[in-house]
Each structure stands twice: as C-alpha cells, then as structure tokens.
Design a protein around this ligand. Structure first.
Ligand SMILES: [Zn+2]
Length: 279
C-alpha cells in the first residue's frame, strides 16, 4: 500500500467514525438504496427494506461495501435494533439475505408481513428456529385496524395500504406502512409501495392524526402526483418528506429532473443522509 493510499484509507476511517458519532447523537436518516433507509435516534437504530436482489432494470441495489457492513454490524450499521420489511417484492426484500442477517446479528428484531415471513421460512429450511423467535409477523387485510407493538425503545405501528396499481394489479401483495417511534422521540413513516389513493388513508383518519411523523419516506409517486401530495399534506402531515424508490435515471441536479420532481427532496445516492427535524 502506498503512503498516499494509506493516508486516504486512514482519512476514510476517521470520517466514517465521525459520521457514526454524529448518527449516534442526532436523529437522522441514511439512504441505503431504493426504499432501503436506516433511521437512528441516539443509540436506537432501525432499517427499512435494507436487502433485496432485483433492480428490475431501473432501481439501485445496496452497494456491496454497504451490504458487507450491514452483515458485519460495522459503523454506521452497528447496534441495529430492528428491521422492517414493507412487502415481499424483489426490489424490497430478499428472504435469503434477511435470514442470513438475522443469523449473523442476534440482537436484531424483524417486523414483516406474513407473506415475507413465509418466504423466509422456506429459505431457512429446517435450520431457522432460533431466528424465528425474533420475528414479528403482521397479518393484515385491507381495512383492518392498525396494529401496535412496543419493544424496548421502539413503538411500532403497522397498517396495510394496498400496493400501487390498485385495484388492477398486485391486490395480493401484503404491503405494510410502518410508523415507528424511536426513543419516544422521533417518529418516521415508511410507506413501502403504497398506492396513492385518498380512500386508503381516509379509512384510518384518526390513526393518521394521532401521531404525525417527523419524517416520512414516500415512494416518489406520492411526490410527483397531486393525489399523492394531497395525502402527504392532509393525512400524513410529516414535518419533512424524503422520497424513495426513485428510478436511477433521475438526475441529482434538480434542473434536469422531470418538472414534478424538481422541487422535491428525494434520496438518490446511497450513503446520503438527512437530519430528522425535532418537533
Ligand atoms: Zn412492490
């Protein structure tokens, strides 16, 4: 290794260590890829849709270095408390990799729709019983009341919102919107591939009013359509929205984006972060 390479490696280590410190103190969101996001508040850390195998020709995969750090529990992915899966589609969930991660990191709890857990059980074969003690599955139909779990520093709430394409396609997909409050402090909302139709949210108007998120991660079609923006503004009312599931053709330079995405905050580059606003 040359001296300049060594210095560069050293600087990289220092900067990722400092990034880790910052993450540990101020509530923040860290972009993995597609709808993969890490949220941290103090010592509490959660991951949404972190490992998945398919780009479908247009979405980003988690970078290999990031995946290695997730499996090894290295900064910034050290001390992850829980993982949340929105739905069993190849651009959100790998049953094999999430099973391997649960095996590798015995401190992690998993929350996922039953459809995803069934796939994970078959990927695990006969060997998975220890892991499944830390798996929390939700079985929710359309219009079922939201469910709630409390676990250490997490308040977990879940409701099923139909997958985009409703009512023509993907009616069988158990898409879960997870609303998670960390440390009784930061509330975040991950919508999976929710369909942007007000009816789905009007059903549970009180639920949405009860706890407004500090940050929501809507799929980009909520930001690029009037119907989606209405739901974000009038039902969900997060202090800040950061769009996810953005195709890799969308440029980082807002001027070059399609007009409807120019003024929107969206996650585009793995590793970028956003501070989560306080009340
Ligand atoms: Zn999907």
């Amino acid at each position: 290794m040359t001296i300049s390479k060594r210095i560069r490696t050293c600087l990289l280590l220092i900067s990722s260590f400092l990034a880790g410190l910052v993450n540990a103190q101020n509530p923040s969101a860290f972009y993995i890829a597609n709808e993969g996001v890490m949220v941290s508040d103090g010592e509490t850390k959660i991951l949404f849709d972190p490992l998945f195998p398919n780009t479908y020709g247009q979405y980003l995969l988690p970078p290999e270095e990031m995946k290695a750090a997730i499996f090894a529990g290295e900064i910034p992915f050290d001390g992850v408390d829980a993982i949340f899966i929105s739905h069993y589609h190849g651009d959100h969930f790998s049953p094999e990799e999430i099973y391997q991660l649960m095996e590798a990191q015995p401190g992690i709890q998993l929350y996922a729709p039953n459809q995803a857990i069934i796939a994970m059980r078959s990927a695990a074969g006969d060997s998975g019983s220890a892991v499944f003690g830390r798996v929390n599955s939700v079985i929710l139909a359309f219009d079922d009341a939201p469910v709630r779990f409390t676990e250490n520093d997490l308040l977990v709430e879940a409701v099923r919102i139909p997958h985009s394409g409703y009512p023509m396609r993907m009616m069988d997909v158990e898409n879960i919107a997870w609303r998670v409050t960390l440390n009784n402090n930061s509330t975040v909302l991950h919508l999976g591939d929710a369909d942007p139709r007000d009816d789905h949210f009007a059903n549970d108007a009180e639920y949405w009013d009860e706890r407004t998120p500090h940050m929501a991660f809507p799929p980009y079609w909520f930001l690029s359509t009037a119907a989606g923006r209405d739901i974000l503004d009038n039902r969900i009312k997060a202090l800040r929205n950061v769009g996810v599931h953005v195709p890799d053709t969308i440029p980082t330079d807002p001027i070059q984006r399609p007009p409807e995405l120019r003024g929107q905050d969206i996650f585009l580059t793995p590793g970028e972060t956003r501070p989560i606003p306080a009340n």
